[in-house]
Design a protein around this ligand. Structure first.
Ligand code: F6P
Length: 420
């Protein structure tokens, strides 16, 4: 009986280090060749499995796979496709099992956020009820840092570093010109329901008066009057004001200030455009000259300034997922656990998927100052180690060298096509 193959897929918004997790999975599986056959990756995530569009990672060289460690975004393609509840759409689950059976797949590694943890759990339960043995392991990833039971989520540390650095650098720019020119700079960052990314900008400030002067969190209802008063006070005191705003900032009725009107397959509103809204407010009420920036995809793809801690953790969860599978685990997620000592340390533990799926971890109230505009020392202590270390990629001709995979397709075995 040949060793079972593994299926690996990337899911949801990609990050600067999700490929480091892929690297951890593939390198570890290759080190256990007798026990795990090949690793097949889904082209564009789970959609690849449904369409029987699998990528044979064994066709990639050792160097190419290792290059994933320093290559941002999703090398195999990702997607936002939510598998419905099996009671509503059992056909999708049956199709997955059909594809897995056809390709002798016994391990399912799903690399994503909270929604993907839910899918992974459902796949595990359904395969069991259909009598097809499959070990489903979820690999945590999300720049939003909102998964429970893990101290942090791979992808977040690198965004945090990018945002903290960009805030500090842009603040120096504004400070140089504020006597005669721009007074207000607004940086909009991601984070739909949780303010972890905006909070990380707070690391840029070292002493009283340093930027960012105002952080807007989704955890604190936006109050226009209080906001404008704080901007004015800051400009009067320091000559300029740097604001970092989470895209998830909303008013007391829960209405996002930046809703575009579009939603994705998970039912999430597409956000973006908060910075110009705030800038308009500042200009019309206070008359200050402003600049704004939306960090958008720049923040989550910025592998050139990734956090070494984040890269190490992303690799470690991929590696641990394979080790868990080899130990016979099912429906679990490798979780990053922080050591108790004063000096930052971490190790990989295990979290049951039923406690991870569909739960969002927001910023605790004691991580935000009482006025709602800054982070506390407690938040700083939590965040600071996550951005430590620089994992620079190699450069050629002034540009980073990123891996390009061959992405060779596994020959199809099924006669039927499946419409997604
Ligand atoms: O994956 C999380 C996230 O990065 C959010 O912070 C952001 O709102 C969203 O993805 C953007 O997703 P998309 O690229 O699908 O528009």
């Amino acid at each position: 009986m040949p060793a079972k193959n593994a299926f690996y897929a990337q899911s949801g918004g990609v990050t600067a280090v999700i490929n480091a997790s892929a690297c951890g999975v593939i390198e570890t599986a290759r080190a256990h060749r007798g026990k795990i056959g090949k690793v097949y990756a889904g082209r564009n995530g789970i959609i690849g499995a449904l369409r029987e569009d699998l990528i044979d990672t064994s066709k990639e060289t050792k160097a190419a796979i290792h290059g994933l460690l320093s290559t941002p975004a999703g090398a195999f393609g990702s997607c936002r496709h939510k598998l419905k509840d099996p009671r509503e759409n059992r056909a999708e689950y049956e199709r997955l099992i059909e594809v897995f059976k056809a390709h002798n797949i016994g391990y399912f590694f799903y690399n994503g956020g909270g929604d993907s943890a839910d899918t992974c759990l459902k796949v595990s339960r359904l395969s069991e009820s259909m009598g097809y043995p499959l070990q489903a392991i979820h690999i945590p990833k999300t720049i939003d840092n909102d998964l429970p039971l893990t101290d942090t989520c791979p992808g977040f540390g690198s965004v945090a570093k990018y945002v903290a650095i960009s805030t500090r650098e842009a603040a120096l720019d504004v400070a140089s010109m504020c006597a005669t020119s721009t007074r207000v700079f607004i940086l909009e960052v991601m984070g739909r329901h949780a303010g972890w990314i905006a909070a990380a900008a707070g690391l840029a400030a070292e002493q009283e008066g340093d930027a960012p002067h105002i952080i807007l969190f989704p955890e604190v209802a936006f109050d226009r009057k209080r906001f404008l008063a704080r901007v004015q006070r800051t400009v009067k005191r320091h000559g300029y004001c740097v604001i970092v705003a989470s895209e998830g900032t909303h008013d007391a009725d829960g209405r996002f200030l930046s809703e575009s009107g579009l939603t994705d397959a998970f039912g999430h509103s597409q956000l973006g455009g908060l910075a110009p809204t705030l800038a308009d407010m500042v200009k019309s009420e206070l008359g200050y000259k402003y600049h704004w920036a939306v960090a958008d995809y720049l923040q989550r793809s910025a592998r050139h300034i990734a956090s070494q801690t984040d890269v190490d953790q992303a690799y470690a969860v991929g590696k641990a997922a394979v080790e868990f599978a080899l130990q016979g685990r099912n429906a679990v997620m490798p979780a990053i656990q922080r050591g108790k000592g004063k000096r930052y340390s971490w190790h990989i533990g295990e979290a049951p998927l039923q406690d991870v799926a569909n739960r969002e971890k927001k910023m605790p109230r004691d991580f935000i100052t009482r006025d709602g505009f800054a982070i506390t020392e407690k938040a700083r202590d939590y965040l600071a180690p996550l951005i430590v270390g620089e994992a620079y990629p190699q450069y050629r001709n002034g540009l980073p060298i990123y891996t390009r995979l061959k992405l060779v397709a596994v020959p199809r075995k099924l006669k039927t096509a499946f419409k997604v």
